[in-house]
Design a protein around this ligand. Structure first.
Ligand code: HEM
Length: 128
């Protein structure tokens, strides 16, 4: 469940982290010259329909497949394991304590932060 949530919910508004090619490279036939920047979108990768069928759907029965929420390769998030453990504990405890937790307003009424790169609701009225 946690991995599908991590895949599906954009954790911030920015797309990803720019990378600069050191030598000329041509991944999958696309030529990138040394010194040019590439902006890899973790969010688009997490919704890639070639990897995640019906990728916009939140599907807890989806076949397991690595997502890009913590990045990939040499700069993959150094805190992946503790961040996952914290989320598992927090979400698990919240749902155990409040099994009927629900939004108390239509989701269209939830206001989101527009001033930072982070993605979070300004208020989240709930009922339980
Ligand atoms: C849900 C929580 C978190 C998410 C989704 C997340 C996501 C990411 C992502 C996408 C990257 C970039 C990976 C890349 O460049 O390919 C990253 C890097 C990094 N993260 Fe996290 N992160 C989280 C929590 C944390 C926490 C709690 C810490 C520290 C206590 C942390 C420390 C770092 C560091 C130091 C890097 C840079 C690693 C490097 O460049 O080698 N992250 N994280």
């Amino acid at each position: 469940m946690l991995d599908e949530l991590l895949r599906h919910i954009p954790f911030r508004k920015g797309d990803g982290i720019p990378r600069m090619a050191l030598p000329d490279v041509a991944p999958e036939g696309t030529r990138i010259r040394a010194g040019h920047f590439v902006h890899v979108s973790y969010l688009a990768a997490n919704r890639d329909p070639a990897v995640f069928p019906d990728s916009d759907a939140l599907d807890f029965d989806r076949a397991p497949h690595p997502h890009m929420t913590f990045g990939w390769g040499g700069h993959r998030c150094i805190a992946t394991a503790p961040a996952r453990a914290e989320l598992e504990t927090a979400i698990g405890a919240l749902l155990t304590r409040f099994p009927h937790l629900r939004l108390a307003v239509p989701d269209s009424e939830v206001q989101w932060d527009t001033e930072t790169i982070r993605r979070f609701p300004l208020r989240l009225p709930v009922s339980w």
